[in-house]
Design a protein around this ligand. Sequence first.
Ligand code: MLT
Length: 347
Amino acid sequence: MIRARRAAFVLAPIVRAVFARAVLARAALALAVSGLAAFVSPVIAQTYPNRPITIIVPFAAGGPTDVLARVLGERIRAAVGQPVLIENVTGAGGSIGVGRVVSSAPDGYTISIGHFGTHVANGAIYPLKYDLLNDLDPIVRLPSNPMIVVTRKNFPAGDFKQLIAQIKANPGKIAAGTAGAGSGSHIASLLLQSLTGIQVSFVPYRGTGPALQDLVAGQIDMIIDQASNCLPQVRQGTIKPFAVTASARLPSAPDIPTVVEAGLPAFQMEVWNGMWVPHGTPRPIIDKLNAAIVAALAEPAVREKLAGLGLDGPPADQLTPEALGVYQKAEAAKWWPIIKAANVAPE
Ligand code: MLT
């Protein structure tokens, strides 16, 4: 016992000194790294990009998120002088594709495109292995997409009220296509159910691109779909529109009444979109991507194409990375309690 106490008496100052030195060394290292990062990141940004960039689309090709990614991908390519590849990584309401970006290197070469569903709602539905609000750094908010309630062409209803009555008369029998639990089309359908008491039977797809194909083919009965996805089919008369989930009619579809006109003003909803990179991506790279996308959104040809698909905004003061970060966090604070209370089953 006395020997142990003598040993401790002798060793304590040595241990303390070693520990202090280790702390100092770590601090010095951190300083060096951050100093290095602060020195290197502008250098990286100058040479960025020097190889192709990939945008991960968490839904199937041909759908609204994919179309938006391809329009902007082409403009980013033109602005930064490197190919921009689109990779569709689907499943679990888009959470698998987002996870792919979270686990990618924070070097600006892997970008996540997504929306309210993938970057907010999924946080209240799936046991995600990543933190939606902190494992990704925002680049820029993108145009929003109002939603349109559409059915197969020969669905036996003449207006929105009749549609709701038809569904009510057939609880659990009307097949509603979605892009999976947590997707925009799914959350919108849940909201319509909670507001009207209807009960549909969900048919999950890897995106509303393939869901729409089945609606046109009459394989399913309805989708609450993003305007940019279903408007071309509405115009061709291959599906039937009932209402747009907005307070004003769409300039791109003036014939479709609003949910306000149809007597359900509470059913106003839009899918806002954005782009993110893995957390820790050097700020100069985020700024370069932000500048390229903001410039693309201001181009008349891009504006016209997106407006023609019903895509709108974002407001001019919402085009900074910070603005998207603040907006995403506010949406999470608003929607997570609601979605958690609805007990939505993950896929
Ligand atoms: C898609 O691209 O398929 C959509 O964004 C799906 C959805 O959220 O409804």
